[in-house]
Design a binder for this molecule. Sequence first.
Ligand SMILES: Nc1ncnc2c1ncn2[C@@H]1O[C@H](COP(=O)(O)OP(=O)(O)OP(=O)(O)O)[C@@H](O)[C@H]1O
Length: 272
Amino acid sequence: MVSPSVNVSINKQLPNEKIVLTVQDITVSFSGFVAVRNMNLSLIQRELHFLIGPNGAGKTTMLDVICGKTKPVSGQVLLPDGTDLISKKEHQVARLGIGRKFQAPSVFGGLTVRENLEIAQNPNKNVFSTLRKRRGGCLTNEMKEVVEQIGLGHRLNLRAGSLSHGEKQWLEIGMLLLQKPEVLLLDEPVAGMTDEETNKTGVLLTEIAKERSVVVVEHDMEFVRQYAQKVTVMHEGTLLTEGTMQEVQQNPVVAEVYLGKRRKNDAVTEGD
Ligand SMILES: Nc1ncnc2c1ncn2[C@@H]1O[C@H](COP(=O)(O)OP(=O)(O)OP(=O)(O)O)[C@@H](O)[C@H]1O
């Protein structure tokens, strides 16, 4: 059993940093199984923040709590004005500036890239009215900016279903950006991507994080090493440590958690 390291720099705010979201003492239980215990996390404005940890550490559950999908048994998720998101429904949390992207891309495959973006920009215009009109009007300036950012300008009139896996992920990120979130939560965005798509995604997320707080749950350590500005490590539902990738990598407890996990898996494989 690895005991959590005591790291005094955890959740410490520097003078020029603005906290946009504070997770305080969150505990989540699934029918008695405690998946997250007393978890704390501060999200800083304009930061690319990775959440890592072995399988089952509680990373996805944390994103689910922040976006209102999963309700904790205790704790708070606070906006700077004191609003606690725990009491809000998922769509209310989204309206308060928290954008969530799940691992699998969820775009409207039968609609064009342009139509998907139109729906994202005007949530009142539902998918059925878009299907009825099928007009492909002018892009708004915001849409033009987003299309340029996600690099899909040459794909606007293609059905989203015919895009590559990476392009679908970028389209969904673009759809979220049109809702102008203050915080963007992404679950393993580069899983299944080619190396080229992975690099493009890293550059895209770095750009996005110049304007908002971006939180990425990730297993691809090379990707984390390349693009993380801050890394939070979770283990067995708790916060293990936090810092730059270099700091986290040098932490012997982190190495023990990952290597220990690998040794356990190796033992299972060998036993088989
Ligand atoms: N709805 C649920 N009901 C019961 N147990 C759950 C539920 N969701 C998650 N868990 C359990 O909670 C723990 C944390 O799960 P979670 O998906 O948050 O981990 P994770 O760190 O994201 O793991 P991975 O990297 O494998 O996706 C796991 O043991 C998981 O099996």
